[in-house]
Design a protein around this ligand. Structure first.
Ligand code: ZN
Length: 124
């Protein structure tokens, strides 16, 4: 069982830039076409591609559907004639994730890997 709670009044350390947190910030909406998708059908997109010097930061990473992602490819949004529906910003909330695992669940390796996939901090 995963309990996910948001506190917005806590003085905080920086919110980690993870796939999960980006999707949470963007509410599973592609930031180019504005439609919502299941997380499995979304990618993370570097607004300014890494080859153009774009950084892996809250301000440069958005949620994007696979279609928009492949359409944009390695270009700047305006080069692909695409616009973000809103400017990406660092979220104000801070998630507190408590993970409660029983003995049986502990053996469910796949769940663990899924969790790691969604919550790992993204590399530069
Ligand atoms: Zn899209």
């Amino acid at each position: 069982m995963i309990l996910l709670t948001y506190f917005d009044k806590l003085p905080c350390k920086e919110l980690k830039l993870t796939r999960n947190n980006v999707f949470e910030r963007d509410k599973n909406h592609c930031q180019y076409c504005g439609k919502s998708f299941p997380r499995e059908e979304l990618n993370l997109d570097h607004v300014i591609p890494r080859d153009h010097g774009g950084k892996t930061t809250w301000e440069n990473i958005v949620c994007s559907c696979i279609r928009c992602n492949s359409r944009k490819a390695n270009r700047l949004p305006h080069e692909a004639h695409m616009r973000l529906i809103r400017k990406p910003v660092r979220p104000k909330w801070r998630p507190v994730i408590s993970l409660v695992l029983g003995n049986r669940e502990r053996e469910r390796w796949k769940d663990f890997l899924d969790l790691a996939y969604w919550n790992v901090e993204l590399d530069e």
